[in-house]
Write a protein that binds this ligand. Sequence first.
Ligand SMILES: [Zn+2]
Length: 441
Amino acid sequence: MLPRSTGLLINDYTSFWPAQTLLGGLYIYEFLVEQFKAVKRGWLSFTHQISSINSLMLTYSYKYVNDCVIITSVMDVKNTFFKGIKPADDGSRSAILQTRVGRVMTPIFMPDGTRGVVKSLTPEQVESTGVQVVLANTYHLHLQPGEQVVSALGGVHGFGKWRGPILTDSGGFQIFSLSKLRKITEEGVEFKHPVTGEMRLITPEKSIQIQLELGSDMIVAFDHLTGLDNKSRKDVLEAYERTHRWLERCIKEFERLTVDMPEEQKPILFGVVQGGLDKELRRKSLEIVQSSNVGGIAIGGLSVGETKAEMYDILNFLTNYYDNSPRPRFLLGVGDPPDIRYAIEHGIDMLDCVLPTRNARHATVWVAGDKKIHLTNSKYIDDNSVIDPGCDCYTCESGYSKGFLRHQFKVKEPLAGTLCSIHNLRYLVRICEEYRGGQPA
Ligand SMILES: [Zn+2]
């Protein structure tokens, strides 16, 4: 059925559609209405070349509301860095994520370089595991040494010497999980500096400013996290609504600060889906984020204390509502191997977590079959075998025995944590590679 009327629901139409192409835009819009005849009711996006108008390749997302077509987002493909998406029968998909400092093959696991470096590892050691992207924590770098210092030392790349792409989180998770004293207002979150005791205010705008000053290649919108403790539906609803108001402010600030950057130099901005374990809120939050002018979709507020079954239920539920726009989906803070497999098989492209390196520093390593072993166990005292004979990491291939590693842990030699971090990271990267057809990046 041909839509009887049309409407545009674009927050700031001119901000991404320069005035001189408006006429072209109307032409494209007429063209699209013709295309709508052939498609089913629901969400859809498609890309086409408009050779006569600036040679733009544009992607439109739209939905039907009361038989009207509402265009919910229009993106220049130069802004959509996610290409060559290949869905697989198991629900996973592989693709290429083009960042301003290089290409990334997805799905990917990203280790947390909390303070600008993956704990106890050199960039070369991280690279040897097949890791392509490192995550840096905005909260920690903002507090110490501060984004101005990091910027003066060459930004997150020059600072930590990681040459590949870097993603920064918004800082929100740490503020909500680490700060005991905090006050949430519409303006932002005020919290106590854990070292100096002074009060700090992080607003959505401030989070974007810090991430851009840090020199990150992928940045995350500042959201109001729920789920860390038992929250009433009223609290979840309030956080959900605030997250979307803050997303609008983040997008405006991002656009303001990157307006003069060439397209290929702009970082990718991820909007965050919240809603706790409430499926209706999750669905609506996903729709709002997907209809916003963001380059990536982040799923937040999971792996924060709910059961695995509850997390899986939400991830499975969301697969019904992802649109077809070429944007990566990033599940925040998940790193247990079975969870990584489940997430990837439910359409997730990117994951991050402190788990592999934190476990490694505590002598816990993964072996075939996603089993965990604890190297400090006395049964390994004279065990001459490597952690996992089937593993191709530096630690296993070099022949470091479980007995050697156990001893180094017992005498608190940091090398043991380094060697086990290399093994654990390689374990998670290998899982991702299996979904890329076994092709290393
Ligand atoms: Zn290994």
